[in-house]
Design a protein around this ligand. Structure first.
Ligand SMILES: [Zn+2]
Length: 404
C-alpha cells in the first residue's frame, strides 16, 4: 500500500534532518546539554525508545523509566497517539484493588519498513520488514550488468514494488548502498555501479513518496549488529565480499568521517612488501589480499594442482592465513586508535571462519597492548545474509523516530 501520514510535509519528515544521526537511541537519556527547542523531540524519541526496547508499559512505568514527570509523559503520549505512532493496547492484568493501568505500546502492527541492499554485484535485494527487523517479504532484481542510470532505475523500481507489497503503511525506506554516501543520501562514489554524485535518496523518494534514508552498506550492517546482535557501542563491522569495507560505531555513535568515507579500509595498503595488484592500481591493498573472488581464485588454483591432498590442504591454510594476517595488521592499528571492544566480520563463513579469522585474531593480539586491547572480541557475525536489510530498518527507526 502507499504511504500515509509520513510523506514529505508531515510532522515526522520535518524533524528528520535534525534527528538524522543514526544515534542509537539505546543510549538516549535526558541530557542537560539538550537545547530547549530540541527537548520535545528528544523526549518523544525517549518515550518511543523506551517502549521499543521494553514493550507495552503504563504511563507511570514510562515516567519512571525515562525520569520525566507524569504530566510530561501524559502530554507526550497524547501527541504520539495523535500521530498514530503509539497505541493503547489494553489494561494491565492485576490482582491488586483499584483501576488497572492502561498499557501503551509502539504501533508495531500499523507500520512496516522497506529495506534495500544494493551491495551484491549480481542482484539488488529488498524486503518489507516489521519494526522489529523481521523480514515479511523479500524481492530480488537481477542487475544483469546494469550501471549508471539503469542501475538507479532498478533500485527505484525495486523500492516502489516493495512499497506496493507492504500490507500496512510504510514508515520509511532504508537503503544500504556500496560506496561512499553522504548525509543527504547522495552516493558520492560507487565505482562498481558507475555512480558518481547520485542523489539516490531523492530519486527513490520522488517515486515511492515515502521518506528515504541511504547509507553505506557496512554502516547499515553495523547498526544491525548493535541493535539486533547485542554488540557493544565501540564496534567495527568488517564486511568482506567483492570488496572490503567497514562500519564503525564509537561510543554508540556512527562514525562517518570528514568525507563520509570512514571505514573505507579496503584500498589501504597493508605492509611495505608489495602484494597482489589491486583494481585501484596499487599493490597490496587489504582488498587485494582479502576480497572473496581473490581468495576463491587462489583456492581453486591450489585445488586444481596435481599436489597430494595433504599439500593442497596445507596450501589452502597458507592462503587463508596470509589473508587473515593482513586483516589483523589492518585491524591492529584501528583497535589501537579507537580502543574498540568488538570487531565483527561478515562474509562467507567457509572462507572467513576458522584459519583466516584465527590468524587475524592472533595478529591483532600480537600487535596491540594486552593491557588496553587484550579484551577486544573478534568474531564472525551471526546476523546472516539479511544483515544489511536489518540494518536499514534500524536506519529508518533511528532516523525517523529516534529509536533503534
Ligand atoms: Zn586498492
Amino acid at each position: 500500500m502507499s504511504a500515509g501520514g509520513f510523506g514529505s510535509g508531515g510532522g515526522i519528515a520535518s524533524e528528520r534532518i535534525e534527528s538524522f544521526s543514526y544515534t542509537p537511541a539505546r543510549r538516549l537519556r535526558p541530557n542537560a546539554k539538550v537545547l530547549p527547542e530540541h527537548a520535545r523531540g528528544h523526549n518523544r524519541a525517549l518515550v518511543l525508545q523506551t517502549l521499543f526496547a521494553s514493550g507495552a508499559m503504563s504511563r507511570a512505568d514510562i515516567a519512571r523509566a525515562t525520569g520525566l514527570t507524569r504530566v510530561s509523559i501524559s502530554d507526550l503520549v497524547a501527541s504520539l497517539i495523535a500521530d498514530n505512532l503509539i497505541v493503547e493496547v489494553g489494561l494491565r492484568e492485576t490482582s491488586r484493588p483499584g483501576k488497572p493501568a492502561t498499557l501503551i505500546d509502539i504501533n508495531r502492527d500499523e507500520f512496516q519498513i522497506v529495506g534495500l541492499d544494493l551491495s551484491d554485484t549480481e542482484v539488488f535485494r529488498g524486503a518489507v520488514l516489521t519494526l522489529d527487523g523481521e523480514v515479511v517479504t523479500m524481492l530480488e532484481v537481477p542487475l544483469d550488468g546494469a550501471t549508471g542510470v539503469d542501475a538507479i532505475a532498478k533500485a527505484v523500481a525495486l523500492a516502489a514494488d516493495l512499497v506496493e507489497e507492504a500490507t500496512v503503511e510504510v514508515l520509511g525506506i532504508g537503503v544500504g548502498s556500496p560506496g561512499v554516501v553522504d548525509m543527504t543520501g547522495t552516493v558520492r562514489s560507487a565505482p562498481n555501479l558507475g555512480w558518481t554524485d547520485v542523489d539516490l535518496q531523492g530519486a527513490i523518494e520522488q517515486v515511492a513518496q515515502v521518506p528515504v534514508l541511504v547509507a553505506n552498506d557496512a554502516n547499515a550492517a553495523v547498526l544491525a549488529e548493535y541493535s539486533f546482535g547485542g554488540a557493544d557501542g565501540d564496534l567495527m563491522l568488517v564486511s568482506v565480499g567483492n570488496g572490503v569495507g567497514a562500519g564503525l560505531l564509537v561510543g554508540g555513535h556512527p562514525l562517518f568521517g570528514s568525507r563520509f568515507a570512514a571505514g573505507e579500509i579496503g584500498h589501504v595498503v597493508v605492509g611495505t612488501d608489495g602484494g597482489p595488484l589491486c583494481a585501484c592500481g596499487k599493490r597490496g591493498c587489504l582488498e587485494a589480499w582479502l576480497a572473496v573472488p581473490h581468495l576463491r581464485e587462489l583456492l581453486a588454483a591450489a585445488e586444481a594442482s596435481d599436489l597430494p591432498t595433504a599439500e593442497v590442504e596445507q596450501r589452502r591454510e597458507e592462503i587463508l592465513r596470509a589473508a587473515g594476517e593482513r586483516l589483523g595488521v589492518s585491524l591492529a592499528a584501528i583497535v589501537g586508535a579507537l580502543n574498540l571492544s568488538e570487531i565483527i566480520v561478515s562474509g562467507p563463513e567457509e572462507l572467513l571462519a576458522g584459519v583466516l579469522l584465527d590468524a587475524a585474531i592472533e595478529t591483532v593480539r600480537a600487535r596491540t597492548m594486552t593491557e588496553f586491547h587484550g579484551g577486544v572480541q573478534i568474531r564472525m557475525s551471526e546476523q546472516g545474509a539479511d544483515i544489511v536489510l536489518r540494518g536499514t530498518a534500524v536506519m529508518v527507526l533511528s532516523g525517523l523516530l529516534g529509536v533503534s
